[in-house]
Design a protein around this ligand. Sequence first.
Ligand SMILES: [Zn+2]
Length: 97
Amino acid sequence: MEFLLTFLGWLGFSFLVGSFAQRRGRSFGAWMIVSLLFSPLVGVIIVLLLSPIAEKTEPAIQHPEAFKLCPRCAESVKRAALVCRFCGHEFGNTPNP
Ligand SMILES: [Zn+2]
């Protein structure tokens, strides 16, 4: 009985470590397995030590000044681009404001 409770607790904490890792942009399954194999405590510590993976942001959001919006497909393309890489729209020589 005691073994079963320990096992269930171990499983539950591993599940928590998995969801915790997932919230930080890591793989749920991989970290649950790490916690199961070693210890949920070890899993938590490793996930905490690893910096969270930054969510992928559009380059246009990081450097808005280097991009312009395509008038045809409304995608952001490099300011220096002459042709839209999404729809093939040609910008010509007049730079967009
Ligand atoms: Zn376009």
